[in-house]
Design a protein around this ligand. Structure first.
Ligand SMILES: [Zn+2]
Length: 229
């Protein structure tokens, strides 16, 4: 069942390790089959060294296990909330990568102050508001984490800015599939690092909005011209 998607999600999880974004069993990747309304996600707490494609868990959008022997990632309700709210996304990645998490712990948006950022993310990477005591202590913490991300994007286009940092926690990224979401996760960590250094060199670092528009639109949208046709 969904064997190809299981292989993809497995390989995408391994990519996280290769790119140095996770240690131990931290981090998780999922992908969705929109036509069947089913999600494939990494199992909870299984070592990357011994994990296989068949350990991936298939769930429906309510979180019910459809196929798999292991428990799905504890962050599953966050992933499901994002798939329901953002209809164009096909993959979600969560890590505690160092620089992106450092901005999250500082409670600061990652400002768009360079063309690398603008090539992938149109706006600053938003940092969510801090979660309330009820959201944290209730029985749906991971779902509430998804809800606070969705709230953050009320006035933003998740297709133009495919990532967020959750306050005091860390980054979630998404994309058209699991590998696109991984790509965005790697880029997010890199721009978080570059922004941290820029802001320490010059706390007033900024960027002209025309340069942002130029770099974003040459890779995205109807008039894009970057790369091969
Ligand atoms: Zn986490």
């Amino acid at each position: 069942m969904l064997q190809e998607l299981k292989e993809d999600v497995f390989r995408a999880n391994i990519e996280l390790v290769k790119h140095g974004l996770v240690i131990f069993t931290w981090g998780n990747v999922s992908a969705i089959c929109r036509s069947q309304g089913l999600v494939v996600i990494k199992p909870s707490g299984v070592s990357y060294d011994t994990m296989t494609a068949n350990d991936m868990v298939i769930i429906d959008l309510d979180g019910k296990i459809v196929d798999g022997k292991l428990k799905p990632s504890s962050d599953t309700p966050t992933h499901l909330a994002l798939y329901k709210a953002f209809p164009n996304i096909g993959g979600v990645v969560h890590t505690h990568s160092t620089y992106a998490t450092a901005w999250a712990q500082a409670g600061r948006d990652i400002p768009n102050i360079g063309t690398t950022h603008s090539d992938y993310f149109k706006e600053a990477i938003p940092c969510t508001r801090a979660m309330t005591q009820d959201e944290i202590m209730g029985n749906a913490y991971e779902l509430e984490t998804g809800n606070v991300i969705i709230e953050t994007f009320r006035e933003m286009n998740p297709d133009y800015t495919p990532g967020v940092i959750v306050n005091n926690h860390g980054p979630f990224t998404w994309g058209k599939d699991a590998f696109d979401a991984i790509h965005n996760s790697v880029v997010l960590e890199q721009i978080a690092k570059m922004a941290a250094i820029s802001m320490s060199v010059n706390p007033k670092s900024g960027m002209n909005k025309h340069l942002i528009e130029k770099h974003f639109s040459r890779k995205h949208g109807p008039n894009s011209y970057y790369g091969q046709k």
